[in-house]
Design a protein around this ligand. Structure first.
Ligand SMILES: Cc1ncc(COP(=O)(O)O)c(C=O)c1O
Length: 463
């Protein structure tokens, strides 16, 4: 390429103002939110990196598609458009629309999983795990060893441990109703899975006669990593790579709030006519008629367009580059992050950055609070607040203490990313003075969403 700068591959047609706030206003907002960024009012946030789910900007083609939405209860034209896009990209014969990813998981697992069954995954996402457990099943994480080495430069740290999968199938005959593989692997830092790994998993599944389902939320980002990192795929389009990946599986669950480029939606797709019939029966109970699932006709249109836009090479190059760009700025200033940077998010490593804060005082949570007060940036803790509480009520420190900066799709520009880098580097100048937090009040499950916190000292940042 003649020029180095990778530009945002879009022009901005509609803007949503963001409100500037002072540090004093943010400190007051955080106090009112009980030191929990989930309890902040979104309008008090300058740059919102809490999640990449459902927070993206839609294109003119998606909005114009929405105007064509057919809201007929049964047989809507919009379903045919949606079904043909999903079939074209995944190759699966049966397409079942759902209101979001977890609804697809719920329908699939309530159809296939019985109490005592084991469902292996490279790493389950929270909702996937919860839906397996809700059926009385065991959600077994089998990440490849490289996934757990935060600083290894392995290009596919999202891979599954294929030998461990085979052992699981040997040890649990008749008790594994399906195997899942999550691309990219969100819970291991948004790291990709290689096609070679999916193929190896497929081979094991075939040998043991167990179906393979892909948790496909970020299938397009994963395809881009395969194109750019795995030998032999540089000349293939992301669409061709995605097709090759789906061709190795028997079905998929999908949250269209990620690589469907939509604000809501999802689907379940598969080849097995009997299982899909049973899933459709459940769909009617919990979501809606099979030609709309939990969605409006206009949502189906937006997703049909968005799935192709997510596979656009210029978009993917910009998307992955903006996170790598932030990563380079931070590693250049010795800020500890998980490397290589993933597809949808960058992870600050609070355990290494704030070694003076014990895990019992939640260093990553404290770091996320300081990031908000100092820079107006909202990010999510992935550490001992999220994972420390055990089902028997005891507390176990998490393996990692991370702050995840997740980027909404097509929302922020390079100057926003520059600002984020500047704010993070500024927080670095305060690192020694940041103090931990304690939990004041918390619910028995999923405590990160609603718990109340307080600094352990008088102030979050010592004078
Ligand atoms: C890997 C993965 N699977 C499943 C889901 C659930 O999707 P949804 O939020 O649409 O229910 C998510 C959401 O973040 C995810 O990241």
């Amino acid at each position: 390429m003649k020029f180095q700068t990778i530009i945002e591959p879009f022009r901005i047609k509609t803007v949503e103002p963001i409100r500037q706030t002072t540090e004093a206003q943010r400190a007051a907002a955080l106090e009112a939110a009980h030191h929990n960024v989930f309890l902040l009012q979104a309008e008090d946030v300058l740059i919102d990196l809490l999640t990449d789910s459902g927070t993206g900007a839609m294109s003119v083609y998606q909005w114009s598609g929405m105007m064509k939405g057919d809201e007929s209860y049964a047989g809507a034209r919009s379903f045919a458009v949606f079904e043909s896009a999903v079939r074209d990209i995944t190759g699966f014969a049966h397409v079942i629309p759902t209101h979001q990813g977890r609804a697809a998981e719920h329908i699939l697992f309530s159809t296939m999983v019985r109490p005592g069954d084991v469902v292996p995954n490279n790493t389950h996402f929270d909702t996937t795990r919860a839906n397996v457990q809700d059926r009385g099943g065991v959600a077994l994480d089998l990440p490849a060893p490289e996934a757990r080495a935060p600083h290894s430069a392995h290009p596919f740290k999202g891979n599954m441990d294929v030998e461990a999968l085979e052992r699981t199938l040997v040890d649990n005959p008749g008790r594994v109703p399906l195997v899942m593989i999550t691309v990219t692997n969100n819970s291991e830092g948004g790291q990709p899975v290689s096609l070679e790994n999916v193929r190896a998993v497929r081979d094991v599944c075939t040998r043991y006669g167990v179906p393979l389902f892909i948790d496909a939320c970020r299938f397009a980002e994963n395809a881009w990593f395969i194109k750019t990192r795995e030998a032999g795929y540089a000349d293939f389009t992301p669409h061709e790579i995605a097709r090759a990946m789906f061709a190795l599986a028997d079905g998929c669950t999908m949250s269209a709030k990620k690589d469907g480029m939509a604000n809501i939606g999802g689907f379940l797709a598969m080849n097995d006519p009997d299982v899909s019939l049973r899933c459709r029966t459940r769909l009617v109970l919990t979501e809606g008629f099979p030609t709309y699932g939990g969605l409006a006709g206009y949502d189906l249109e937006a997703i049909a367009v968005g799935l192709y836009e997510a596979l656009d090479e210029d978009y993917l190059r910009y998307r992955v580059r903006s996170i790598a760009y932030l990563g380079e700025k931070l590693t250049g200033a010795d800020v500890p992050i998980i490397t290589p940077t993933g597809g949808h998010a960058l992870y600050l490593d609070a355990k290494r950055w704030l070694p003076h804060i014990p895990q019992s005082q939640y260093p990553a949570w404290a770091l996320s609070l300081v990031l908000y007060v100092e820079g107006g940036i909202r990010a999510a803790e992935i550490g001992s607040v999220m994972f420390g509480l055990q089902s028997d009520g005891s507390e176990r420190p998490s393996d990692f203490e991370l702050v995840r900066l997740a980027f909404p799709r097509r929302v922020y520009t390079q100057s926003h990313v520059d600002y984020v880098a500047e704010a993070v580097l500024h927080v670095g100048t305060l690192a020694d003075r940041i103090r931990g937090v304690r939990i004041v009040q918390s619910p028995p499950v999923l405590r990160h969403f609603t718990s109340h916190f307080a600094p352990v000292a008088d102030r979050l940042i010592a004078r």
